[in-house]
Every structure is written in C-alpha cells, then in structure tokens.
Design a protein around this ligand. Structure first.
Ligand code: ZN
Length: 84
C-alpha cells in the first residue's frame, strides 16, 4: 500500500476532516515528511482531494491541509431520490 493510499484511507475514516502533512505523517507513523508531502501534493491535484490552508483536524493549526473535495456534498442514490 502506497503512502497516498494510506492517506486516502485515513481521511476516509476521519469523515471529511482535513489534516496537515505533519499530522498525516504522525498518524501513519512515518519517519520522513517528504513522502507525505509528495503524496498530498499529488492527491491535492486530483478530483477527489484538495489542498487548502485551513485548520488542521488534529493539531488545530492553520496550515496547508488535505481535504476530501466532496466532504459536504453527499450523493445518496436510492432512498432519498423520489423518482416515483
Ligand atoms: Zn496538523
């Protein structure tokens, strides 16, 4: 499992909270920040995540954090759509 995969999984479990590189590094128990930075930079360019200066969900500092892009918009197919 790559560092990026682990970050995705971690963010998913945290339910839409954003975290800075350093807190992600600690959460994943990694020694070096560099691979975390590389992964968050790449993920921030994807359509699923964005990288923004916001308050980190772990340390509470305003930093460059990685967020799920669709955290507020939840598409629930089925029960909530009243097509009938
Ligand atoms: Zn943090």
């Amino acid at each position: 499992m790559s560092t990026a995969d682990r970050i995705c999984e971690f963010l998913m479990r945290r339910g839409g909270q954003g975290f800075c590189d350093d807190c992600l590094r600690k959460a994943l128990r990694l020694r070096n920040l560099r691979p975390v930075q590389q992964a968050t930079e790449a993920l921030g360019k994807s359509s699923v995540y964005r990288r923004e200066t916001r308050f980190c969900g772990a340390c509470g500092n305003e930093r460059l954090t990685l967020w799920g892009r669709n955290e507020q918009k939840v598409d629930v197919p089925g029960p909530l759509t009243t097509s009938r």
